[in-house]
Structure formats: structure tokens, C-alpha cells
Design a protein around this ligand. Structure first.
Ligand code: ATP
Ligand SMILES: Nc1ccn([C@@H]2O[C@H](COP(=O)(O)O)[C@@H](O)[C@H]2O)c(=O)n1
Length: 194
């Protein structure tokens, strides 16, 4: 039976960093599901058609990590038909042998409610904005405004809103180094049988 690790949380909280490290540590596959929504937003045109026809080339564009791509992703992610078009791909990925780590906003609640491990990774708004501003070499105040706007939209939407699953373990990385956050996540996953 494949082992699934679901990691959710707000923008720039460190989900992807932890997800990649867990996948590497346990020899599992990793899917950054935010990239799917970023690719749909970046493709332009009808977002539902874009989601239904997403291909490998769409996921390797070099403009997907920008703040603008994040905002566009958040807008198309509120459309139920867009989410529906991306669901089966994510669920199939989650069944990868020997295991898979998926990070996003609705992995523990909607995509993989039966995941063996569920983490909800957070950090204060200010810490997240600072980390992302360093990463993108951008203005921290602009990034803070953008993160708050995106989080609010992601948490308020009717379909698959961003929230921790009832059985998720919360991991606040505000005062943790990357190494400390990864070590805690590995420890938790091991205790759960990974
Ligand atoms: N514990 C930490 N301490 C310091 N920096 C961190 C920590 N965790 C992550 N970072 C850095 O913060 C930035 C955001 O991390 P990451 O990309 O993992 O977040 P994310 O939650 O996956 O973001 P997004 O939702 O936008 O994809 C990266 O530059 C990463 O290196
Ligand atoms: N499971 C998911 C993953 C992402 N989204 C939306 O995509 C935006 C970009 O995600 P990042 O993880 O790359 O920041 C995000 O703000 C969400 O709107 C989603 O809805 N569900």
C-alpha cells in the first residue's frame, strides 16, 4: 500500500521546502500542487479549458514562481470546474509507490483525506513575507500585502478552502530554521509509520 503525506498551509510557510525534504528522505515522489494552479493561471484564456488541457510544457514555464503568477493561480483556484479538472491527476499521483508527498491547500481535506500523515505548516505573516521577499529579491511590504490578499481569498472560497484537516498536525516554522522544521516533520512521519 502506498504511503501518502499531505502538507497544507498558507503561502510561503515552508510547505514546499519540507515536502521536498520528506520525499527525498523517504524515497517518495513529490508533487507541488500549487504549480498546477499557477500553470492554469499563467496559460490565460478560459481557465477551465486550460486546466482540462494542462500538459508537461505548461509546468516548466520559467514565469510560474512570480508574485503575479501566485495571484493569478489564486483567482483560477476558486473556480470549481478548474479544481475538478485537476483532482484525478493529484489523486493518482498520491497513489505512487512506495509513497508520495503532496503540498498545497486542500490535500489533507479534499484530495487525500485518508493520508497517513497530514501536516499544516504555518508561520507569521511577517516571517513569510520576509522569506519570500529574500527569495524573489522583492519589496517586503508589497509581498506582505500580496500574501495576505492571497491567503484571504484561498481561505474564503466556497470550494476546497484553505484550512487544516481536523486530524492535521500543526507545524509553526516562524522561529525554526529549515533544518529544524525538516527534522520535526521527518520525526512525525516516522512515528506515523513512514
Ligand atoms: N524554516 C525556514 N526558515 C527560513 N526560511 C525558510 C524556512 N522554510 C522555508 N524557508 C524559505 O522560505 C521561502 C518559502 O518557502 P517554500 O517555498 O517552501 O514555501 P511554500 O509554503 O511552499 O510556498 P508557496 O505556497 O508559495 O509555494 C523559501 O525561500 C524557503 O527557502
Ligand atoms: N492544493 C492547492 C494548491 C494551490 N492552490 C492555489 O494556488 C495558489 C498558488 O499556490 P502556491 O502553493 O504555489 O503558492 C494558491 O494561492 C492557491 O490559490 C490551491 O487552491 N490548492
Amino acid at each position: 500500500m502506498p504511503f501518502t503525506i499531505a502538507i497544507d498551509g498558507p503561502a510561503a510557510s515552508g510547505k514546499g521546502t519540507i515536502a521536498r525534504a520528506l520525499a527525498s528522505h523517504f524515497g517518495f515522489r513529490h508533487l507541488d500542487t500549487g504549480l498546477l494552479y499557477r500553470a492554469v493561471g499563467a496559460k490565460g484564456g478560459d481557465p477551465v479549458a486550460a486546466a482540462q488541457n494542462l500538459g508537461p510544457d505548461d509546468l516548466t514555464r520559467d514565469d510560474l514562481r512570480t508574485a503575479e503568477a501566485g495571484q493569478a493561480a489564486s483567482r483560477v483556484a476558486a473556480i470549481p470546474e478548474v479544481r475538478a479538472a485537476l483532482t484525478e491527476f493529484q489523486r493518482r499521483f498520491a497513489r505512487s509507490e512506495p509513497g508520495a508527498v503532496l503540498d498545497g491547500r486542500d490535500i489533507g481535506t479534499v484530495i487525500c483525506p485518508q493520508a497517513e500523515v497530514k501536516l499544516y505548516v504555518t508561520a507569521s505573516d511577517e516571517v513569510r513575507a520576509k522569506r519570500r521577499a529574500i527569495e524573489l529579491d522583492a519589496d517586503v511590504d508589497r509581498i506582505l500585502t500580496e500574501l495576505r490578499e492571497r491567503d484571504a481569498r484561498d481561505a474564503a472560497r466556497d470550494v476546497a478552502p484553505m484550512r487544516p484537516a481536523a486530524d492535521a498536525v500543526l507545524l509553526d516554522t516562524s522561529t525554526l530554521s529549515i533544518e529544524q522544521a525538516i527534522a520535526l516533520a521527518i520525526e512525525h512521519a516516522k512515528r506515523a509509520g513512514a
